[in-house]
Design a protein around this ligand. Structure first.
Ligand code: GDP
Ligand code: IMO
Ligand code: MG
Length: 426
């Protein structure tokens, strides 16, 4: 019995979906604890590629119970579509469970996400999925929870609480016509028909699973630098992807998490706006983007690409309490003669070893690089760590040393069998 939290250590898209899928074969339960369908997790199983936004990537492993935890914000329309997508593809969804406490994304959240982004002079580049506005309502205590979809009376009462606020804002500030209770009721009661059988007390489910000696994998979405508290605020998402968010987002105690694995790309990417010290706006960045097929799973936007940033990773190791790393997309670096790793930042003539919280400082930071030799060969067929060329091993050792955390998993391609387990995780 073990509980493992798996978190993104950069700006998202580190390959969490793939690593979750690989570990899910050993986990009895996989639980998502925050975010919503702003996430896009691509998982390759055999010849098939799956793109998941809300349902935990563990769903692709037969026999694994998958939980959408209370900390997630759920767009029921997207969830119904995703259920159908999996069922059509022959994937059983019977072991999905949805927290009754999870908050619901409403059409006014999606509209507000777009209107608010348009209003910003400095854009965040949100995914426009209504994530931020749904969390606003949760904290304003006018959110609608999944349990309220269970009966028309409860949904109506919840809308009576929320809708006057939302319509005033839409109509008076943005000149939008707003929404009627009737249209929202009609739409959401339809989703409720599909979703109600899955809605339950998932905190209790996890507690009982643990008591029965089962293994639990907690799947984070987004990444540490997108965390509302620890990320590059305000260019962040509206939840806590960091490991600390896993306990309240799933309803377990923090002392019950045994290991925290940080998923990290062998380089860095970011989608959306905000600072990115090691960004490469040149042919090298383009080559990384093409080799890594770095285009967003959710919005299709080209991802910004750059070298590995050890300063940032040191920070991620610290704020997540990482016990191990899963290094992904190492094969993308197969085509480079030399590789650069940022080992410090230069700020006004000073050498910084710690990631600065202040964006004014971060914006002025210049990366200090160390150059390592590339390996210039195809590693996608490696079956074990011993198959990696010496320079690839040296690159991984250098990262371990720089960030002070052991590498436990190395991924050399999108498929399940392109995963090297250096030390068992679950
Ligand atoms: P997530 O949001 O963290 O789950 O990551 P995404 O799915 O958005 O992006 C990661 C992309 O990299 C996906 O298209 C994966 O199929 C792919 N991928 C994952 N691991 C590897 C790897 O080791 N090598 C290569 N070439 N692709 C990988
Ligand atoms: P996964 O789980 C990468 C980014 C958006 C934007 C910012 C805020 O696939 O790693 P939001 O819609 O959340 O209010 O947008 O966060 N963002 C992601 N970037 N991967 C993700 O998820 C992301 N989810 C949100 O691009 O910059
Ligand atoms: Mg993604």
């Amino acid at each position: 019995m073990t509980v493992v939290a798996l978190v993104g250590t950069q700006w998202g898209d580190e390959g969490k979906g793939k690593i979750t899928d690989v570990l899910a074969s050993k986990a009895d339960v996989v639980v998502r604890y925050q975010g919503g369908n702003n996430a896009g997790h691509t998982v390759v199983v055999g010849e098939q590629t799956y793109k998941l936004h809300l349902i935990p990537s563990g769903m692709l492993s037969a026999g694994t119970t998958c939980v959408i935890g209370n900390g997630v914000v759920i767009d029921p329309q997207v969830l119904c579509r995703e259920l159908e997508y999996l069922q059509t593809g022959g994937i059983s969804t019977s072991l999905l469970r949805i927290s009754e406490n999870a908050h619901v994304i409403m059409p006014y959240h999606r509209v507000l996400d777009e209107l608010e982004e348009a209003q910003r002079t400095v854009k965040i580049g949100t995914t426009a999925r209504g994530i931020g506005p749904a969390y606003v309502d949760k904290y304003m205590r006018i959110g609608i929870r999944m349990m309220e979809l269970k009966s028309p009376e409860r949904l109506e009462a919840a809308l009576d609480r929320a809708l006057p606020f939302k319509n005033s804002l839409l109509q008076k500030v943005y000149g939008h016509p707003g929404f009627t209770k009737g249209e929202l009721m009609e739409e959401y009661l339809q989703y409720a028909e599909t979703l109600t059988p899955f809605i339950t007390d998932t905190s209790l489910l996890l507690h009982q699973a643990r008591k029965n000696g089962l293994s639990i994998l907690m799947e984070g979405a987004q990444g540490t630098l997108l965390d509302i508290d620890h990320g590059t605020y305000p260019f962040v998402t509206s939840s806590n992807p960091t490991a600390g968010g896993a306990a309240p987002g799933a309803g377990i105690g923090p002392n019950q998490i045994d290991q925290v694995i940080g998923v990290v790309k062998a380089y860095t990417t970011r989608v959306g706006e905000g600072p990115f010290p090691t960004e490469l706006q040149d042919a090298t960045g383009d080559l990384i983007r093409e080799r890594g097929r770095e285009y967003g799973t959710t919005t299709g936007r080209p991802r910004r690409c750059g070298w590995f940033d050890a300063v940032m990773l040191r920070y991620s190791v610290r704020v997540n309490g990482l016990t191990g790393l899963a290094v992904t997309l190492l094969d993308v670096l197969d085509a480079f003669d030399e590789l650069k790793v940022c080992v410090g930042y230069e700020y006004r003539g000073e050498r910084l070893l710690h990631f600065p919280a202040d964006l004014h400082v971060l914006n002025e930071c210049k990366p200090i690089y160390e150059t390592l030799p590339g390996w210039n060969c195809d590693i996608t067929g490696a079956q074990g760590f011993e198959d990696l060329p010496p320079n690839a091993k040296a690159y991984l050792s250098f990262i371990e040393e720089q960030v002070g955390c052991p590498v436990q998993i190395v991924s050399v391609g999108p498929r399940r069998d392109q995963t090297l387990m250096l030390e068992p995780v679950m």
